[in-house]
Write a protein that binds this ligand. Structure first.
Ligand code: BGC
Length: 487
């Protein structure tokens, strides 16, 4: 049996959520509406009848017409939730701040534009966490854009760089006497890529590739200005990262050429769909866009002088490439790749019946070995797993337990792979399980349960799942319990 003494002494064990997915209280205490409030309230197709088993969401439709209005009600229950976190030995909590709770109209326009009650909420949450010995890791943006900014084009409008900077400063002024760890933006690839493309969470569903590239550039600029603002204003010395999705390809065999194929596919840009690591990370870490991406998008860029100027602006690239202290990655699954006869990376489909989570994603624990390894080799920045986990359709058994052994096994396999990556030299600083609680899973509504803690949405009763009890042991043994079977 593999032993797991690989996790460094200061390794951070945590769990993650995001504001819209858990807070509820969508219009409480002066909070303004966000794109997600609007999307859930106003984009319900006529004739939709509710929760049809096996129904696949269609663009513009949240599963069963659900909303995040109440979600897991963490806004009102954070004291209870922090108590549960403490009971699970969690050392850190990654949560996000709802921009529209802090600045209801999104745009800072003097002190009266700030909603003190919204800031108070995060301040109380931070105090509760610190009192419980749990380190707060706030993310400034996890997909909920203030609606007023949404109507101005959101990431398509360059002014968002300034608006995000101002919002960052307001939050940092209030929390940085206690918060040391910050993340700017969650998964730009998703909110600018597939989600826009499929018209799911979009301010411009028909955007051309050039327009999308410009929106991505604005997002990177906003990230950079946010990093600089945190450094300028933070009272405690800050540790700053971001949380992109890690799109991982793993080798289909242990042949060196397949390893090469997986590395190339993980770090290459082949399709104009934003499922890419490097288009976003290269400008942040190296200060320039990757050559293969520039080649792929050549025509889109050359036909658009404004975009061309932005992508090559030395000032912009300097702003984007602020030093980050850690590179977060959200990893759930991976694809297998081999090198074909033409010397090109080629996807090898999983065989029929390969393990999948309830949402349909393939289980591939090697993702947490190769993903960190490939990205660390390229970027050489300390890393954290900022999300990893799985959905299952858990329920509370007659005896009151939630026996989610698939989640336990999934997490164990992924963490063992992560331990090997650390042993092989990856500077990995922490792991946040997604998610602390069952919550609003975007277009899938409440159908998909990702939590370590079960939530009965009718009563908001929390039940600690078996996986969470096991994870608590993993934490207290700093990973050693991974070697001990299923619990
Ligand atoms: C997102 C989370 C989401 C999770 C599971 C990530 O893409 O950051 O908000 O709930 O995956 O889909």
């Amino acid at each position: 049996m593999e032993t797991c003494l690989n996790f460094p002494k200061n390794f951070v064990w945590g769990a993650a959520t995001s504001a819209y997915q858990v807070e509820g209280a969508w219009n409480a205490d002066g909070k303004g509406p966000s794109n997600w409030d609007d999307y859930c309230h106003n984009h319900i197709p006529a004739g939709s009848t509710g929760d049809i088993p096996g129904q696949v969401y269609t663009p513009g439709n949240v599963q069963a017409n659900q909303t995040g209005d109440f979600a897991a009600d963490q806004y009102h229950r954070f004291v209870e939730d922090v108590g549960l976190m403490k009971g699970l030995n969690l050392q850190a909590y990654r949560f996000s701040i709802a921009w529209s709770r802090v600045i209801p109209n999104g745009i800072y326009d003097g002190p009266s534009s700030v909603n003190q009650k919204g800031l108070d909420y995060y301040s109380r949450l931070v105090d509760a966490l610190l009192a419980a010995g749990i380190t707060p890791y706030p993310t400034l943006f996890h997909w909920d854009v203030p609606l007023a900014i949404w109507h101005k084009g959101a990431w398509h409008n360059r002014e968002i760089v300034k608006w995000f900077e101002d919002y960052t400063r307001v939050v940092v002024d209030r929390l940085s006497d206690r918060v040391k760890h910050w993340m700017t933006i969650n998964e730009p690839q998703i909110f600018l890529g597939p989600s826009e493309h499929e018209g799911l969470q979009t301010s411009n569903a028909r955007a051309s590739h050039a327009q999308r590239l410009l929106a991505a550039h604005h997002t990177l600029l906003a990230h950079g200005r946010s990093v600089a603002t945190i450094r300028e204003h933070a009272k405690l010395p800050p540790t700053i990262g971001w949380a992109p999705i890690g799109r991982v390809k793993v080798p289909a065999s242990d042949k060196p050429q397949d390893l090469d194929a997986a590395r190339k596919a993980t770090l290459g840009i082949y399709k104009k769909d934003f499922w890419t690591n490097t288009w976003f990370a290269d400008p942040i870490v190296f200060g320039h866009y990757p050559e293969d991406g520039l080649r792929l998008y050549h025509d889109d860029i050359s036909r658009n002088p404004h975009l061309r100027a932005a992508l090559s602006s030395a000032d912009d690239l300097r702003t984007i490439s602020q030093k980050i202290d850690f590179y977060g990655i959200n990893v759930y699954d991976a694809e297998r790749f081999r090198m074909n006869d033409k010397g090109e990376p080629e996807k090898v489909p999983f065989p029929d019946g390969h393990a999948r989570t309830a949402i349909g994603w393939f289980v591939e624990p090697e993702a947490l070995y190769w993903g960190p390894k490939f990205l660390f080799e390229r970027y050489k920045v300390p890393m954290m797993i900022t999300e990893n986990g799985m959905s299952s359709h858990d329920w509370v058994d007659l005896d009151g337990k939630v026996r989610d052994f698939a989640r336990l096994d999934y997490t164990r396999r992924y963490l063992l792979a992560l331990g090997r990556a650390i042993k092989d030299g990856v500077d990995m600083r922490g792991y946040f399980h997604w998610s602390l609680l069952d919550n609003f899973e975007w277009q899938c509504g409440y159908r998909e349960r990702f939590g370590l803690i079960h939530v009965d949405y009718a009563t908001q009763k929390r039940t600690i799942k078996e996986s969470a009890k096991w994870y608590a042991k993993v934490i207290s043994s700093n990973g050693e319990a991974l070697s001990n079977g299923l619990g």
